[in-house]
Design a protein around this ligand. Structure first.
Ligand code: 5GP
Length: 217
């Protein structure tokens, strides 16, 4: 009996290291599937449709929502973002774990969905606001106004930290990555996530029976 796939939700304010951590986790475990969201925001330099996001016009995005194709969706920084439902349901049924880089609104919606029991949610906090701002500037991708907007929004995102199963302060990216791996390994080892154990232990019991039989003769 195969276990159901996990939904590993990573949230954090923009700039706290979440995307880097998601990339590293994907490189560490090639069985993980990254949930590619749809968004109405314009691609950044280097981003490819279907890889980082499915870039869609607002009308197309809204049509997907109306058709019930989104597991969750939310407005972030004036753009719409959402998780296509079909790939996630397929992964869960096949026992494949999916990684989500989504905001607190998406996290809340998935935790309230029919897939709630398969969710493991992790919130990443920055070590300080100074560090957060430095990382946003270091990306050199966004204008001053965008950076200021993200700093302002970070307070709102951080206010939802207690809704998550795990909270990590990202002092050191290597250390935080190691903690994430540990969380994933522990969650996979939970008794209720390994339905095949029933059969496995039955096999052990059969072995005991054979041994007992051997002792008698
Ligand atoms: P960015 O535009 O910097 O790639 O992402 C902005 C924010 O939107 C990030 O906090 C990211 O986690 C969030 N986000 C990305 N995809 C989704 C999604 O499908 N749903 C929700 N709710 N948030 C998302």
């Amino acid at each position: 009996m195969q276990r159901r796939g996990l939904l590993i939700i990573l949230s954090s304010p923009s700039g706290a290291g979440k995307s880097t951590l998601a990339r590293r986790l994907m490189a560490w475990d090639e069985t993980l599937t990254f949930s590619v969201s749809a968004t109405t925001r314009a691609p950044r330099p280097g981003e490819t449709d279907g890889v980082e996001y499915f870039f869609r016009a607002r009308a197309e995005f809204e049509a997907m929502v109306s058709a019930g194709e989104m597991l969750e969706h939310a407005e972030v920084f004036g753009n719409l973002y959402g998780t296509p439902k079909a790939p996630v349901e397929a992964a869960v049924a096949r026992g494949r774990d999916t990684l989500f880089d989504i905001d607190w609104q998406g996290g809340q919606q998935i935790r309230r969905s029919s897939l709630a029991k398969d969710v493991v949610s992790v919130f990443i906090l920055p070590p300080s606001l100074a560090e957060l701002e430095e990382r946003l500037r270091g990306r050199a991708q966004d204008s001053e106004a965008v950076i200021a907007g993200r700093m302002q929004k970070s307070r709102d995102e951080i206010s939802h930290w207690a809704e998550y199963d795990y909270v990590l302060v990202n002092h050191d990216i290597d250390e935080t990555e190691a903690q994430l791996r540990t969380i994933l390994q522990a969650e996979r080892a939970r008794a209720d996530r390994q339905p095949w154990l029933i059969e496995f232990v039955r096999g052990l019991n059969d072995e005991y029976a054979v041994r007992r039989g051997g002792e008698k003769t």
